[in-house]
Write a protein that binds this ligand. Structure first.
Ligand SMILES: [Zn+2]
Length: 448
């Protein structure tokens, strides 16, 4: 071996030696590195970003699925152009659900546990909704459970007939109870030319009452618009940045009780306030992007509709409502103020018939009742006029088991608030619990 060859050999060996040292060092690095402890909130943030896209993707297959979106417009545009299929959405929902369930939440604070549960339940909802859009038929009760996370009771006709007997005694005149009720109600319709002023006043009052208890951002506002040809009476379209568009359907004669109901349900402290609180406290306050999207057919709607309905009596409890109606709304509408008590006695009883909607929807959607029978049942037990009954069945055609969110949702929210001390004789606590619920990711399964 020549000297030059030896030098080459040594050089080669030293290169190998250096490479060997490097590989040892690298494997030592690998061995020494322990993964950084995962932060469940950050893991949920990542899942939430995919969740928003998933919900927006679902809306491309079922228009109206997303009721409100006020996140980045670019994300929506991108999803709209992506051409994502239902099959892809479904496997995405399943993967996200698995990831969400795998996160170790040991020792985390309650609000984070609720956030995780919120994402899991909403993902289960969308997965079931994809099945429905693909043509799978669920029974009414399956749909209630899979989409809205709730179990509506089954009530026999006799339950409603007892309430109708009480109304029978209260309502004078000839004809069926339904006919007499609708004749009675005709005296309490707000004349067309008074609707605007009466409604504006009710919203002003509802807002004032709410703002005494719930701090709202300076720029919060809503626009009011009158529309026709809808299956609903009122609707809140939340636009983001503390702004709502409230639509009122003018096809339906506005009975005086509907004025406060719609003002509170759609506005204060109902949908408008719920969305404002979610946007400010969760979407912006905590950076939880899942709250920039509001899917209509999901368990969140049980809280949304339930709190909007319960909110009516939080803002206008019993006697206070009667007083306000007698002194302000009835005179403004040109109605006879001496009949306020009489009207609200009848109204309170008819409200207790609201679960008829579920029974009709169950029978109709399960194929037990045809359209005509469903309408007849709404006239006989819900005491609607035939026109209103036909409109209600059209609502069921469009929204299906969603009807449970109004009555069962209201009762679940009431029971939850009252079980925490927010009873009618403790209004401060009632408002505080109500605001806390509206500012949280809480869903039906964690209402008890
Ligand atoms: Zn509503």
């Amino acid at each position: 071996m020549r000297f030059k060859d030896l030098t080459v050999l040594l050089n080669v060996l030293s290169v190998f030696f250096i490479l060997f040292l490097f590989s040892c060092a690298e494997s030592n690095i690998k061995k020494d590195v322990t993964p950084l402890p995962k932060n469940p909130n950050e893991e949920l943030n990542t899942i939430a970003e995919s969740y928003v896209r998933l919900m927006l993707g679902m809306d491309t297959h079922e228009r109206g699925y997303v009721d409100a979106y006020y996140g980045e417009p670019a994300i929506k545009e991108e999803v709209e152009l992506s051409g994502v299929t239902l099959a892809e959405l479904k496997s995405e929902a399943e993967e996200l659900l698995q990831s969400v369930n795998e996160i170790d939440m040991t020792g985390e604070e309650e609000i984070l546990l609720l956030r995780r549960q919120y994402l899991a339940k909403q993902l289960e909802s969308v997965r079931a909704r994809i099945d429905m859009v693909e043509g799978i038929k669920f029974s009414f009760d399956e749909e209630a459970k899979f989409i809205f996370d709730a179990t509506p009771p089954t009530l026999p006709d006799s339950f409603f007939e007892k309430i109708i007997e009480e109304l029978d005694d209260l309502l004078p005149g000839e004809g069926s109870v339904s006919e007499r009720l609708n004749k009675f109600k005709a005296d309490f319709i707000v004349p067309d030319e008074k609707v605007d002023v009466v409604f504006e006043e009710a919203i002003r009052e509802a807002r004032e009452r709410t703002k005494k208890h719930i701090r709202l951002p300076e720029n919060e506002k809503f626009e009011l618009e009158y529309v026709r040809g809808k299956s609903w009476t009122g609707y809140n379209w939340y636009k983001g940045n503390n702004h709502s568009l409230i639509q009122l359907n003018r096809d339906i004669p506005l009975s005086i009780d509907r004025v406060i109901d719609v003002a509170s349900h759609e506005g204060y402290p109902g949908h408008h306030v719920y969305n404002v609180l979610l946007e400010n406290k969760l979407a912006k306050g905590r950076g939880w992007v899942e709250f920039t999207v509001n899917p209509l057919y999901s368990s969140q709607s049980m809280i949304s509709e339930g709190s909007a309905n319960f909110g009516i009596e939080v803002a206008f409890p019993g006697e206070e409502r009667i007083k306000y109606e007698r002194e302000i709304l009835f005179p403004l509408a040109g109605l006879d103020s001496t009949r306020v008590e009489e009207y609200y006695k009848v109204f309170e009883l008819t409200e207790r018939l609201d679960y008829v909607d579920n029974e009709v929807a169950r029978g109709y959607l399960n194929g037990i009742l045809d359209r005509k029978q469903a309408e007849e049942k709404l006239v006989r037990l819900r005491l609607l006029t035939p026109e209103r009954a036909a409109q209600r069945v059209r609502f069921i055609d469009q929204y299906r088991a969603y009807v449970i969110n109004y009555n069962l949702g209201k009762d679940l929210v009431r029971e939850y608030i009252e079980s925490r001390g927010g009873t009618s004789d403790n209004p401060e606590k009632r408002w505080a619990e109500f605001e806390a619920l509206l500012s949280s990711p809480r869903l039906p399964s964690s209402l008890n």
